[in-house]
Design a protein around this ligand. Structure first.
Ligand SMILES: Nc1ncnc2c1ncn2[C@@H]1O[C@H](COP(=O)(O)OP(=O)(O)O)[C@@H](O)[C@H]1O
Ligand SMILES: O=P(O)(O)OC[C@H](O)CO
Length: 538
């Protein structure tokens, strides 16, 4: 008979399939996660950081080959771990892809090689392109919302169409390839899919409705490339991928450990998180706090055009014949990235583990307000000329106050967005599902609840983005799968409730708005009449 000791030390049972894999290619890292099919149970995963290249002020690029190699390494690493656990790779029945959105890749159809580095969504080089495009709007209207009725988006450096136009105007190898018909464009999902399915030797050229809805080139109603939008941006249709639904057969992996496995889903990462959070009914909303913060509100099958600075985007379409679901989105470009700045540029912190400890040593931010508008402000302001400000510094201010003010900055930006959503949709949101790297921070979630006056519900697992892609991929191969059925780790989520008074909350929000005023239009601000000469002469 076995002794109790040998019983407790017996190895855990080998994981059994079926499994579904998900590639999550984010701004700061790529990962491949293997889930037990139809559940939120992570069997194993592999994650690797991806380097960003900052060639000039405001530019942000990544090497497309490095992105692809990293993803391949993640797939190989996770499959190796699966085998080490006693699982079988052949039980991975399908995989899905989710990705940082808007980031733009152009490559050569014949060689499969990128023509330039990927321009990452955060990149701000195209502010002058936006200016030039504004000039072309009839009646000298210069209206950033001119294209909203067609694509749901304001003109901003954020979106792929503007980045593609910049490439056309500034990189001869790209404009020549566009003319010759040898250029292929894709967001990161498309680039990965092309390479995974064979690259220049028969790789597919496809994207999904959620990623396409971030280009400014897709018509939000027809879900097809729009000739008027292509004309506005001066871009040829030949470079564009086929638009598919978010859950269908895309192609099969051509080589490597997963050779022959199907790719069955594709969603932009924020839309994937909406699915992974099971915000599948009209009126449900989630916020993901990673590099940036993205709040998506499910508007069902209705297209709601925002009058208050939000984006109209496709939430998901789970099958070729399925009804597309739409969302209103509030995008904030700098959330967790503000802490990377505190760490890398200012040396105020050494690691993210310190953030909560430092911010908790003080009771409040001592009236310090930090607007991290490093690359302008996205929703609801869409002010590309805004720049960061820290207001309210005094002799008593310490680094702890600044760290706390940085957490509060993310919370106030969420309040800006929720106020817009309330105005657009009329119904105030009672609770907000949250996920992403920042949500490990308990103080942050309490501040979020306090400063917005809303119940905050933390996701059961951190990897909701990958989960959403895995759920959609499983749906494509198993039509009986109910995506709103409880996931294995479901049960009540941790709820964080507001603890400060409405008066306190509103006073602090008013001060935030004053700080916002100081950051807007900084790049284009001019000296009052006569003072420029005095300054120059000084
Ligand atoms: N404890 C923490 N408190 C606040 N922010 C954090 C904490 N831990 C990580 N972060 C931030 O979260 C971000 C990483 O989250 P993640 O969801 O992995 O991002 P992404 O998907 O954009 O790559 C980083 O910008 C980091 O600064
Ligand atoms: O990489 P993330 O998670 O910060 O997401 C980036 C967004 O998709 C940009 O729109």
């Amino acid at each position: 008979m076995d002794s109790p000791t040998s019983e407790t030390s017996s190895p855990p049972p080998a994981p059994s399939g079926p499994f579904v894999g998900a590639i999550d290619e984010g701004t700061t890292s790529a990962r491949f996660i293997i889930f037990r099919a139809g559940t939120d149970e992570i069997v194993c995963y592999h994650q690797i950081e991806v380097e960003s290249i900052f060639q000039k002020e405001g530019w942000c690029e990544q090497d497309p080959m490095a992105i692809m190699n990293t993803v391949n390494e993640c797939i190989a690493g996770a499959c190796k771990k699966l085998v080490a656990l006693g699982g079988k790779v052949k039980e991975i029945i399908t995989i899905g892809i989710t990705n940082q959105r808007e980031s733009t890749v152009v490559w050569d159809r014949h060689t499969g090689q990128p023509l330039v580095n990927a321009i990452i969504w955060l990149d701000n080089r195209t502010t002058s392109t936006v200016e030039e495009l504004l000039e072309t709007i009839p009646n000298n209207a210069r209206n950033i919302n001119y294209l909203r009725p067609l694509c749901g988006l304001p003109l901003s450096p954020y979106f792929s169409g503007v980045k593609l136009r910049w490439l056309r105007d500034n990189v001869p190898v790209v404009s020549q390839a566009m003319e010759k018909g040898t250029a292929m464009f894709g967001t990161i999902d498309t680039w990965l899919m092309f390479n995974l399915t064979g690259g220049k030797d028969g790789g597919v050229h496809k994207t999904d409705v959620t990623n396409a809805s971030r280009t400014m080139l897709m018509n939000i109603e027809t879900l097809q490339w729009d000739p008027n939008l292509l004309k506005f941006f001066g871009l040829p249709k030949t470079i564009l991928p086929e638009i598919c639904s978010s859950a269908e057969f895309y192609g099969s992996i051509a080589q490597g450990v997963l050779k022959g496995t199907s790719i069955s889903s594709d969603l932009g990462d924020q839309q994937a998180a909406l699915v992974g959070q099971q915000c599948l009914a009209k009126g449900q909303a989630k916020a993901t706090f990673g590099t940036g913060c993205f709040l998506l509100y499910n508007t069902g099958s209705s297209i709601v055009h925002s009058g208050h600075g939000l984006l109209t985007t496709v939430g998901y379409q789970l099958g070729r014949k399925a009804t597309p679901f739409y969302a209103l989105e509030g995008s904030v470009s700098i959330a967790g990235a503000a802490f990377n700045w505190l760490r890398d540029n200012i040396n105020l912190i050494q690691n993210s583990g310190q953030i909560e400890t430092m911010a908790s040593t003080v009771d409040n931010s001592l009236d310090v307000y930090f607007v991290p508008a490093f690359n302008g402000l996205y929703a609801p302001y869409w002010n590309q000329d805004a720049r960061g400000v820290i207001c309210g510094l005094s002799e008593e201010t310490t680094s702890e106050h600044i760290v706390r003010a940085t957490l509060e900055a993310v919370c106030f930006q969420v309040r800006d967005i929720l106020d817009s959503m309330h105005k657009d949709c009329k119904i105030p949101l009672a609770k907000l599902m949250v996920d992403g790297g920042m949500t490990v921070n308990n103080l942050f979630l309490q501040l979020q609840s306090d400063l917005v006056g809303i119940q905050v519900l933390r996701a059961k697992i951190a990897e909701t983005t990958a989960l959403g892609a895995a759920m959609a991929a499983y749906k494509a191969v198993e039509s009986r799968y109910q995506m709103d059925a409880p996931l294995s780790k479901s049960g009540p989520r941790e709820a964080i409730k507001p603890q400060i008074s409405a008066t306190d909350r509103n006073l602090r929000y008013q001060k935030w708005k004053m700080a916002i005023e100081r950051s807007l239009n900084w790049e284009t601000s001019t000296f009052p009449q006569g003072e420029r000469e005095a300054f120059d002469g000084a």
